[in-house]
Ligand binder design. Structure first.
Ligand SMILES: [Zn+2]
Length: 409
């Protein structure tokens, strides 16, 4: 059992409790959280480690959507337009994936850890990121991804997907949890979606899919037109989309832990359906900005009571995998939101919402949750408690301490 105390504790619990001069008692799981005075009196004789002036304790950050296999991109891919980006990914994919060695991915993971990330939802297209994920102390929900829209390729693609999923399952542990990703409605044949989702239901696996990321995707799925038409004709000899957005969403019934990434072009009907499915939206604001896609309408999500999480997406569409960088971008890009109150929502999106989307008992400093905890020291005293979350987002680059499952990581 260990006790840490700090100037501030941001619990991210159901009541969004913030404790001034607080302490936390934990083992592998959190045992107790309260004011330092309360903990001192209750747990007499146990040493309390004080983290110093202007210290903050909070749940470790959860990056709900990242592609580690594209970690070697910095200046190769074309930003500014979704179709140009997609074409540049196809042109440079092999080169980038080859350069993203286990060593490079491990380096990125240790930087993520230093910037406060304790759990990731890793979308794995080729299973080349499995070793570095297994070797990292960061908890990984490992989404084996299925892709392929051509009917005559389905059997082979499904066999390859199942083999990759099985190798993830062989490595299952408390900190490595197999899951299933469907690439997107435009790139996965409905039969493949059906079979992959049946596996997810049978084995109670979390599921995630990209959904309505760009105007081109919207036009293609709804009307078989636009920028995707030429792309599909050239690469796959296809002139019609394999599904419609609502047909696609309807396939996801009875999945326990479900999330859709981007969703910037969703209709009201789509959002109602996403709500009905109890799904989360993975918000990747930097990726949307760099590919010049639409900004997610956060207020509309709130109206429809669809919760959102925070993901960095991969370095294929971001310059950083740090969650604090992503949170700052989110704060700056949603210009109509009040920065003080929005910061509080953002911290919950990056912790408890991420945990729920991935099906984990994490993301809150509350009794019986996993002890994934980060400690930060702010540069100066907080004058008004109200500003704590905003200042934390504004001023944090790296964290001072990370505990994962109660162990110093
Ligand atoms: Zn993505």
């Amino acid at each position: 059992m260990k006790i840490l105390s700090a100037s501030w504790i941001i619990t991210c619990n159901e009541d969004s409790t913030i404790i001034k001069d607080g302490a936390i008692v934990f083992d592998e799981k959190i045992i107790d959280v309260g004011t330092k005075e309360y903990i001192e009196n209750k747990y007499t004789g146990i040493e309390i480690e004080f983290l110093g002036e202007n210290s903050v304790l909070m749940p470790g950050l959860i990056n709900s959507h990242v592609h580690l296999e594209f970690s070697s991109n910095a200046t190769t891919l074309k930003y500014g337009n979704f179709m140009q980006w997609l074409n540049s990914v196809i042109a440079s994919r092999e080169e980038l994936v080859e350069k993203a060695t286990s060593k490079l991915i491990s380096k990125k993971l240790s930087k993520m850890l230093k910037s406060g990330t304790t759990t990731i939802g890793a979308i794995s297209s080729y299973s080349l990121d499995i070793e570095p994920c297994l070797n990292s102390p960061i908890n990984t929900v490992f989404f084996t991804e299925v892709i392929g829209s051509k009917a005559d390729m389905i059997d082979n693609l499904f066999a390859d997907f199942k083999a990759r999923l099985n190798s993830a399952k062989k490595n299952e542990s408390k900190s490595f949890i197999p899951a299933i990703a469907i690439h997107s409605p435009y790139s996965v044949h409905p039969f493949l979606v059906r079979e992959a989702l049946n596996l997810a239901r049978e084995e109670k696996l979390a599921v995630s899919s990209h959904f309505l990321e760009s105007p081109e995707e919207f036009e293609w799925l709804h009307r078989d037109e636009g920028g995707f038409l030429e792309f599909f004709k050239n690469f796959l000899g296809q002139e019609k989309s394999v599904t419609k957005p609502m047909e696609f969403l309807n396939q996801f019934k009875d999945i326990d832990n479900l999330s859709f990434t981007h969703c910037v072009e969703t209709s009201i009907d789509d959002l109602e359906k996403i709500k009905e499915l109890n799904a989360f939206v993975n918000h990747c604001v930097t990726s949307n900005r760099l590919l010049n896609n639409t900004k997610l309408d956060i207020d509309r999500l709130i109206d429809f009571k669809v919760p959102f999480t925070i993901g960095t997406d991969g370095l294929s569409s971001n310059n950083s995998l740090s969650m604090f960088d992503e949170l700052r971008n989110c704060l700056m890009i949603h210009t109509h939101k009040n920065p003080i109150s929005f910061s509080k929502s953002l911290l919950k999106a990056a912790t408890v919402n991420g945990a729920k989307a991935l099906g984990l008992q994490k993301g809150q400093l509350a009794k019986d949750k996993d002890s994934d905890i980060i400690a930060i020291n702010l540069p100066d005293t907080i004058k008004d408690e109200e500003d704590l979350c905003m200042n934390l987002i504004l001023h944090t680059k790296f964290v001072n301490k990370v505990y994962i499952g109660g162990k110093n990581a």
